[in-house]
Every structure is written in structure tokens, then in C-alpha cells.
Design a protein around this ligand. Structure first.
Ligand code: COA
Length: 497
């Protein structure tokens, strides 16, 4: 009871504490759920797990909308239980990936900033239950989120019912780091008043109509740690190329040692690239991203980062223990915002971000595929990469030049699926080098990419393709019948070579 009073300030709400099983029993076949959770951080845990347990004895399906990927194996267990009809906007679980690719569940892959617009406009299924992890609920009706904000505020505002999971294992010191702002509806919206990375423009929690809160569940379960693997020789080389590029921008007078607010995508490569800034001359850096990985906290420790704004914090086990037990040290440098704001095109364009995301493959003209292996099989989803790439000051994509021990070239004649067109891609980086594509015509782009980014194993093959393409002419020369021949060969023989 003491815990209830401490975490739920409204006496009216204190009576609504229930078991997760009871909350899960309210969810009916065909409903749509809006779950908190963004890149394994701040996900609702107890009620989804209770729902998965219910599937052992009952047959039903629900739509699952979230901020981004879920932790605690919930996406995996949802997929195994077969209870998801439609999932959006992002997932990163191997089992769910398999079910999506086998056609057993539907997946809508879209820009993370856009779920908010679709829900506000009534384009997608209305939310029956928002299930939101929280630290507490204040007297005046603010749900204080935990390690992510994601789409939680939106789900709470638009859902018919709200279930709150108060997680006592999450760091209480997070209270105060959130900044929740509602943009309103399109067509009736003032400019977002965010002009500096550390501007606070909203309120420190999610406003909720107390009547909508059907139940409150107590949990005590930490977030799942991130799965990033440490830097390797190639990612360090890539980080070196990127630093070389940034230095050339400083020499050209287009950037200063402060650079510009940095966004870095999920995954090992992006983390390693940020790590590369630690021993650099760059200082007083700002981060404006959707997720903060280990490297951002290493940069804060090194005195390099002044402030970091994002929608979630996703850390490795070791980093999580270190950061959460010393959070006082980081508290005034971190702001967590709804993903509609962290990824908002208006804000990204205004702040002039340097955006670093990872490609699965890119082609000789700079079109990037971030999502579909060989053009058909979903990997994770576009996530926020499109929000950032199209609107950033510098849109940078990194990838190793080969995958699977060299059987795959990540630079290809024609990307088999295009998430980021040549118009949204400024710089591409592999361990071989970088190509600055700004201001270049397609023929200039192709020549530079082939020379600077393609692995030596594939260089002759690529030069031959491009030489033949040039004989066909065109603004963007291709040999159409051979454009996907590398992927076809991979499917037939197991290698693109
Ligand atoms: N074809 C097929 N597979 C490829 C490939 C290619 N061209 N390039 C890489 N891969 C494989 C790797 O071999 C690896 O496989 P494994 O898991 O079996 O080892 C896997 O893809 C991941 O590649 P890796 O090089 O380890 O990169 P990563 O962990 O940084 O992930 C993305 C890369 C593209 C999958 C990931 O960044 C992503 O999902 N991006 C889209 C979302 C996004 O960018 N969000 C940005 C804002 S957070």
C-alpha cells in the first residue's frame, strides 16, 4: 500500500490497482493495442506477457502498435503465440521477422514520426487499449514515463482505455527528464517552438484523462539490454573515414569543431562511429537522436557531449548498470521526447542535423536499402532513418562493403529495395572509403562510389557492369536485364561473385 501511495498520487486512482492477468482479460479478439516501448526501452511488460499466457488456452488476434521494437522478448513471444494480426511501425526480432516474411502476420513499415499523424487523422485502426509503462502518476494526472516516450503520449490521448504499468525496477531519477509536447492536428498547427537541442517545450509527463485509466498494474522488471556487438577493425576504419569527412567540412568552413547536432541510428556500426568521436578534436557536441546508445554516455563521460535529446535510452547490460546507478551525473544532460518530436522533419531541418544511419546495401547512384534483404525479406524496418535522412543537413549512410564473409557485396548495381533515394543521401561510407555525393550528377556519383566504396573483390565486376551501362546511355545508365543479376546469382549459387 505504501508503494501505491508513493507512486499513484491520486486517491481516486489508488483503488484501480489490479493484476496483469485481470488487465489482459479485458483485451478482446480484433482489438488494437498501443504499447509503450521504443528500441527495447520502456516497454509495457506485465500485461503483454499475461496476454501471451492467455493465448495458451484461447485463440485471438490483436493489432500491436508501438513506438519501435520491444524488449523482454515480447515481439518474439507475440510472434510465437501467433496472436498478432498487424504490427507497426518497427520490430527487430528474428522470430517476428521470420513470421512476417512467411506471411503469417502483417507488418506496416513506416517512418517513426508518422504513426502520430495517422492516428490523429484516423487513418489507421483506433486504439482500444493503450498499455503504458510508467514511473508514477502525479496528482494532476501526468503519467511519468520510464526509459522511452515513443508514441506513448499519443496512444494515451487517442485510446479508448488506458492501462498503466508502474515499473518499480526503472530508475526513479528519470522523473523530470521527459518533455512531452503535443503538435496538434495537421492544418491547425503552430510551428514547433524547438530551436535548440536542449529546449523544453512541453510538460514532464503524459497528460491523461483519469477517467480513461481502467487499471494500474505494478511490475518490477528491468529493460532488456541492447544487443550491440563491440567495434571491430572495420567499423573503426569506417569511423575514421567519417571523421576525415567531418574534418574536411570544418576545413571548408561549413562546420566548426562543435559540428552540428548528431543523430546516429541503431546498431553496432552507428554506435562504433560515434565512439570514434571520443578521441577526436571535436567538442561541445549536441545529440538530437531517437535513441541514445552506449557511445553517447561514453561521450558525456569524456566531456564531449553537452546535451543529448532523444526518444529512448537503450544500453548494453554493463552500461545500463553504470549509467542508471549514477544517473544524477547525466540527468541534466538528457531529454526524452515523443518520437513525433525527436523525428520531426520540421525540427530536423531547422536544427541542421548530421544524420548517420546504416544501410543494408546501396547502389552505384546512392540509392539506399535499409530494410529488405535481396529486395524481398524484411529485416527490421525503416525506423527513423527516413525521417532523418530526408531532412538532415548531412545525410550519411554507413555499411561494411561486404557481408557474409564476402558472399554479398553491399554496394550493388541497383538497390533491390529503395528506402532512401539518391536525393536523400549525401555521403556513403564503407571501410574502403567514403563518397561525398553532394552536387554530383549520377555519372559522377557512380564513378566515385565504385572507386571509393566497393570492396576490391567486387571492383572489376562493378566496373564491367558500369562500362556496359554507359553504352546504353541515359541520365542514370543501367543494363536493366542485369541490374539485379548479382542478387539473382546470390539466390542461385550462394554468392554474388
Ligand atoms: N544483404 C544481406 N544481409 C546483409 C547485408 C546485405 N547487403 N548487409 C548486412 N547484412 C546482414 C549482416 O550480415 C548481419 O547479419 P547477421 O545478423 O546474420 O550477422 C545483419 O545484416 C546486420 O548487419 P550489421 O552489419 O551487423 O549491421 P547493424 O546491426 O548495424 O544493422 C541494419 C544494420 C541496416 C539492419 C540496421 O541498422 C537497421 O535495421 N536499420 C534500419 C532502421 C534504422 O536505420 N533506424 C535509424 C534510426 S534508429
Amino acid at each position: 500500500m505504501e508503494q501505491t501511495i508513493e507512486r499513484i498520487k491520486s486517491t481516486q486512482l489508488q483503488e484501480r490497482v489490479i493484476d496483469a492477468d485481470v488487465a489482459a482479460s479485458w483485451i478482446q479478439d480484433g482489438m488494437t493495442l498501443g504499447l509503450s516501448g521504443f528500441t527495447r526501452a520502456g516497454d509495457a511488460k506485465a500485461v503483454p506477457l499475461a496476454l501471451i499466457k492467455r493465448a495458451e488456452t484461447e485463440s485471438f488476434k490483436v493489432n500491436v502498435f508501438t513506438g519501435a521494437s520491444l524488449g523482454s522478448d515480447i515481439d518474439k513471444l507475440f510472434a510465437e503465440a501467433g496472436i498478432v494480426n498487424k504490427r507497426l511501425p518497427f520490430q527487430a526480432d528474428p522470430v517476428m521477422r521470420r513470421k512476417i516474411n512467411e506471411g503469417e502476420m502483417l507488418f506496416v513499415d513506416h517512418h517513426l514520426s508518422q504513426t502520430a499523424e495517422w492516428i490523429k487523422a484516423g487513418v489507421i485502426e483506433p486504439i482500444d487499449f493503450a498499455i503504458i509503462e510508467a514511473l508514477s502518476i502525479t496528482e494532476d494526472g501526468l503519467i511519468i514515463p520510464t526509459t522511452s516516450v515513443g508514441n506513448s503520449a499519443l496512444f494515451v490521448q487517442y485510446a479508448k482505455n488506458v492501462i498503466v504499468e508502474i515499473n518499480t525496477a526503472q530508475p526513479a531519477l528519470f522523473e523530470g527528464i521527459h518533455d512531452v509536447y503535443d503538435t496538434g492536428k495537421q492544418g491547425d498547427r503552430p510551428p514547433i517552438p524547438l530551436t535548440e537541442v536542449d529546449d523544453r517545450i512541453g510538460v514532464p509527463g503524459i497528460p491523461v484523462d483519469l477517467e480513461k485509466i481502467r487499471g494500474i498494474v505494478f511490475t518490477e522488471q528491468k529493460d532488456s539490454p541492447s544487443t550491440i556487438v563491440p567495434s571491430d577493425e572495420e567499423t573503426e576504419i569506417m569511423a575514421g573515414h567519417l571523421l576525415e569527412f567531418l574534418r574536411s567540412e570544418v576545413r571548408a568552413g561549413r562546420l566548426t569543431k562543435k559540428l552540428a547536432p548528431l543523430q546516429s541510428g541503431i546498431g553496432s556500426v552507428a554506435n562504433s562511429v560515434l565512439q570514434g568521436l571520443i578521441d577526436s578534436e571535436f567538442e561541445d557536441l549536441e545529440v538530437y537522436s531517437e535513441v541514445l546508445q552506449d557511445a553517447v554516455f561514453d561521450l558525456i563521460d569524456a566531456g564531449k557531449v553537452r546535451v543529448a535529446s532523444s526518444s529512448s535510452i537503450t544500453l548494453s547490460q554493463q552500461k545500463m548498470e553504470q549509467v542508471y546507478s549514477n544517473f544524477e551525473k547525466y540527468r541534466d544532460k538528457i531529454i526524452l521526447r515523443p518520437q513525433e518530436i525527436s523525428n520531426h522533419p520540421e525540427v530536423i531541418r531547422r536544427l541542421g542535423l548530421i544524420s548517420i544511419n546504416t544501410a543494408l546495401e546501396f547502389d552505384i547512384y546512392g540509392n539506399v536499402n535499409s530494410t529488405h534483404v535481396s529486395g524481398t525479406k524484411m529485416m527490421n524496418g525503416i525506423g527513423g532513418s527516413g525521417d532523418f535522412a530526408r531532412n538532415a543537413r548531412l545525410s550519411i549512410f554507413v555499411t561494411k562493403s561486404i557481408a557474409k564473409g564476402g558472399k554479398i557485396s553491399s554496394v550493388v548495381p541497383f538497390a533491390t529495395h529503395i528506402d532512401h533515394t539518391e536525393h536523400d543521401v549525401d555521403i556513403v561510407v564503407t571501410e574502403q572509403g567514403y563518397a561525398d555525393l553532394r552536387g554530383l550528377a549520377p555519372r559522377e556519383r557512380a564513378a566515385l562510389i565504385i572507386e571509393n566504396c566497393v570492396h576490391p573483390m567486387y571492383k572489376e565486376q562493378m566496373r564491367a557492369y558500369y562500362a556496359e551501362a554507359l553504352t546504353r546511355g541515359g541520365q542514370t545508365p543501367h543494363v536493366l536485364e542485369k541490374a539485379f543479376s548479382w542478387h539473382a546469382k546470390l539466390a542461385q549459387t550462394g554468392t554474388m561473385l
